[in-house]
Structure formats: C-alpha cells, structure tokens
Design a protein around this ligand. Structure first.
Ligand SMILES: [Fe+2]
Length: 265
C-alpha cells in the first residue's frame, strides 16, 4: 500500500475495503489463487498479491474517472484489475522451480527461453482459470493486458483504452506502491529472477532485437503520453496538474498517487 502516516490508517482501510467490495466478484477469484486467506499450510504468503491487485484497481479507477470513461468501461476495468494477478502463485512457483533446475544443472537449455515460454504458458493458465470460474470474456481480455506478454496486443492502434490503462498501471505498480514508470522498469531489469528472460527477448521476433523490458518501457511511455493527452482533453485536471503534465507526462504516476491518497485524506 502507498506509505501513509499512522492517523490515516483507519480511513485508508475503509477506502481499500470499499474498493474490494465494489469488485467483489473478482476479489473472490483471488481465493482460488490463494492470494486471500490462508493456504493449505495455514500461511497467507500470497496476501501481497491481493494488496497489489487492490492498489492497481484503485489506480485504474483514478484514471477511469479522469478520462471520464463510461460506467460499464470503468466497472470492467476495476473488475479486471482486481483479478489480473489471481494466478501469480502458479507463475512464481514455476519460475522458482526453473531457477532450481538451472542451479542444479538439471536443465541445459538456455534458462531465458525456458522462463519466457513458461511465463507465456502461465498467462494461458491464468486465462483458462478465469474462464472456468465464469469471469466474463471482456473482463478477461482487459485483465490479461498486463506485463510484457500483452505488449504485442497493446501496441496495436485498435487496442481498447481499458487494456491500455491496465497495461500502464501494471507498469507503474511496484508490489503495492505507485512509482514512476522508469523506476518500476529499472527494478524489473535489475531483478535477478527475470534477467535471463529479459535478455532472451532480443531473440523473439516481435521485439526487433530489443529486451522485453526495453519494449515495456517504450510502450509504457507511449501509453502515458496518450493518457495525458486524453486527460488534458477531458478538462478534468486542476490548473497545477494541467501545467505539470503538459510539461512532463512522465509525472502521471505522481498525479495518480496524489489523487489516490486524496480518496482517504
Ligand atoms: Fe500485477
């Protein structure tokens, strides 16, 4: 959760509880991925995932309001953000297993490709799980617009605004904090767990020789500019933010965080 002073905690809890309640049907899906409640061993080690989804949902809603998205779009975006990482446990435990196999020499194939393919497969596993649980197709489409696996889709001109918002907010949400896009991508690039996979991206056709996170950074900044342009057109910004974002679209996460904190201040 964004850092706040102690006296704001009750209001903050109330606010995030209301975000969860508004998106209850998706929040329930987090149980299936063990991101809520205790797992079979009685531990709640995946709770960080539900907090992350909650922050991402709140941030998406700030943008939906600023962009004046129609109610159904705003609702779908919230439901998608709340559920987007429900299957994180599957991906994380799988990647950990690959790391162990590489370390023990059990695997001789290039680790980067193994991880890249596994993350692709995890995406499909997540979608299948949502379909099986009856999550509507349009929400699944937005929910799966997160991370590098969705870049080829969100780069297209006909990609929906909801998918772009989800991709962008995913690129500025670091665990349960909202940060500048460059800071988040720097952290991804410096994460040992993803290093080989990131480099393997150069060999994949759609990147044109660049790494996965170079692509995510570029696409993220493109969406950022587009969102700032739309926010300015909507006339929903204060004079201060109009001037600041016109000058520096890369400050958009600061605007989102400020609006988010204003919800419970
Ligand atoms: Fe996420």
């Amino acid at each position: 959760m964004p850092e706040d002073s102690a006296e704001k905690i009750p209001e903050k809890t109330r606010y995030f509880s209301s975000v969860a309640l508004r998106n209850l049907s998706s929040a329930r899906m987090l149980w299936a991925g063990e991101a809520l409640g205790k797992n079979r061993e009685g531990l709640d080690i995946w709770r960080n995932v539900s907090e992350h989804c909650l922050v991402q949902t709140a941030a998406c809603d700030i943008l939906a309001q600023g962009l004046k998205l129609p109610d159904p779009s705003r609702r779908n975006l919230g439901l998608a953000a709340m559920v987007h990482d429900w299957d994180k446990k599957y991906e994380s435990t799988g990647l950990r297993k690959i790391n162990q196999q590489i370390a023990s020499g059990e695997v001789t194939e290039e680790g980067g490709k193994l991880k890249y393919d596994f993350v692709e497969e995890s995406g499909k596993h997540s979608i299948k799980g949502m379909e099986d649980k009856g999550i509507p197709e349009d929400i699944i489409r937005i929910a799966s617009a997160d991370g590098h696996t969705a870049l080829t889709r969100v780069m297209k001109a006909d990609c929906s605004i909801e998918e772009k918002v989800l991709q962008y907010v995913g690129s500025i949400t670091d665990e349960s904090n909202i940060v500048l896009l460059d800071q988040r991508v720097d952290n991804l690039e410096n994460n040992e767990r993803y290093k080989m996979m990131n480099e393997y991206g150069r060999q994949v056709e759609w990147t044109g020789g660049r790494t996965l996170y170079e692509m995510q950074r570029d696409v993220g900044h493109q969406i950022e500019q587009e969102l700032v342009k739309k926010l300015l057109e909507q006339g929903s910004l204060s004079e201060y933010w109009k001037t600041r974002l016109q000058k520096s679209p890369r400050d958009l996460p600061v605007f989102i965080l400020e609006r988010l904190q204003a919800q419970y201040s």
